[in-house]
Design a protein around this ligand. Structure first.
Ligand SMILES: [Zn+2]
Length: 185
């Protein structure tokens, strides 16, 4: 992880200034969903089970949710950032939308990026969909919480699509006093 950070020019000062916490890479994963493109989305067993329950409950209410992205390794995270650097984007800007390798909740196998048919993926417009409205109301019943609301303390841009299972040992679980989940507006 440190090798990745050094190679990408991400300093420990920057990590400390943002208050980012290390997210361990999951070792035991299962296929939670297979995308329309055939891509397998991996999660740890508890997150996978909770996701299937959430998805089924949403479907009962006529809401169609699907996974865009789930588990991601340190190496894959580094590769994503490397590609952006090579495209000419400044590291500080990249890190407002992308966690440094070793600090993404996606490493834990507990985070999912979600979308719904008819919505562009990984865009803020997702929060205008009925699917988002459903998640806002019901995701917590399944242990899933929005990790990066507007004005989150880690300096990430608002990610209405990114939800993380918080049933135990949360990685970037909000400290309620400093980052109330209710800050989503
Ligand atoms: Zn995400």
């Amino acid at each position: 992880m440190n090798t990745h950070l050094a190679e990408l020019g991400i300093s420990s000062e920057l990590i400390a200034a943002r208050g980012l916490r290390v997210c361990e890479e999951a070792t035991s994963l299962e296929v939670a969903e297979v995308g329309m493109d055939g891509r397998e989305h991996l999660l740890v067993a508890s997150a996978s089970k909770a996701w299937r329950s959430l998805k089924a409950a949403a479907l009962v209410d006529g809401i169609d949710l699907f996974i865009v992205s789930a588990f991601r390794s340190f190496d894959r995270q580094a590769e994503i950032i490397r590609q952006k650097i090579e495209a000419g984007v400044a590291v500080e800007n990249i890190l407002t939308v992308c966690a440094p390798p070793g600090f993404s909740e996606h490493h834990t196998g507990r985070a999912i990026d979600l979308s719904t048919p008819g919505c562009r993926t990984l865009e803020v417009e997702f929060d205008q969909t009925t699917a988002y409205g459903w998640l806002d109301k019901h995701a917590a019943e399944f242990g899933y919480y929005l990790s990066y609301p507007i004005g989150n303390s880690w300096g990430y841009q608002y990610e209405p699509w990114h939800w993380c299972l918080q049933d135990a040992q949360p990685c970037n679980a909000p400290d309620l006093h400093e980052n109330p989940r209710s800050s989503v507006i």
